[in-house]
Design a protein around this ligand. Structure first.
Ligand SMILES: C[S@@+](CC[C@H](N)C(=O)[O-])C[C@H]1O[C@@H](n2cnc3c(N)ncnc32)[C@H](O)[C@@H]1O
Length: 196
């Protein structure tokens, strides 16, 4: 997966990494920033998505499509496609540019709108990466977990850097008898839940 990242995907990853670094350095307003995951989190979710059982691969919070590019590596490996949700039209447009530039349009379905209005329609979910506004994490968790197949994975970003805001949802996952869960100290902290 990581030894043969297509040149077009690698080039677009580098462009987005540079934009993200510049955004953080120059004080670009929060809602305009890409706020994307670091590369090590990309590798982490790609490995987990590639190891997930049969079912849909989804993402909540596309931004400009950086994490989605990592997930396309898993989808390419396993012969699947990614469905990714983005609520802001300007971010969805950036993501379309990303998928075109990276040559992965055939691997990604971008759904523009509130993920909460669409998640229930997805059916059986094998892997979900949750990386949206922290206020919607709990509702997304409750919407996705019933649809996770046995062995299916839900990974939620920001479990350490936004721990205070996300603590009720993290506690819910750690106590939830439907899943085995833990917080992994990689990147901004990943809550990983595996359906029993
Ligand atoms: C932290 S950024 C995602 C970064 C992206 N996962 C990456 O690493 O490249 C969060 C994104 O979630 C989007 N978002 C927030 N709430 C959403 C919702 N209810 N449905 C879909 N997208 C949402 C925001 O507009 C924003 O672009």
């Amino acid at each position: 997966m990581f030894h043969h990242i297509p040149d077009r995907t690698q080039n677009r990853m580098r462009v987005l990494e540079q934009i993200d670094i510049a955004d953080r350095a120059d004080g670009t307003p929060r809602m305009e920033r890409l706020r994307q995951i670091p590369p090590e989190t990309g590798r982490f979710i790609a490995i987990l998505a590639a190891a997930a059982p049969v079912g849909a691969v989804i993402e909540v919070g596309t931004s400009a499509g950086y994490s989605a590019l990592w997930l396309t590596l898993a989808c390419q490996t396993t012969g699947r496609t990614l469905t990714t949700f983005e609520i802001l039209p300007e971010k969805a447009n950036l993501a379309r540019d990303t998928f075109r530039a990276a040559g992965v349009e055939h691997l990604v379905e971008l759904v523009e709108g509130d993920a909460l209005e669409h998640i229930a329609d997805i059916g059986e979910v094998a892997f979900c990466f949750l990386d949206a506004e922290k206020e919607v994490y709990a509702d997304c968790y409750e919407a996705v977990v019933p649809n996770l197949v046995p062995g299916g994975l839900l990974v939620a970003d920001n479990a350490i850097n936004h721990r205070h805001t996300l603590q009720p949802m993290i506690d819910r996952a750690l106590d939830d008898p439907r899943v085995d869960s833990l917080v992994v100290p990689i990147g901004k902290g990943e809550l990983v839940c595996r359906k029993l």
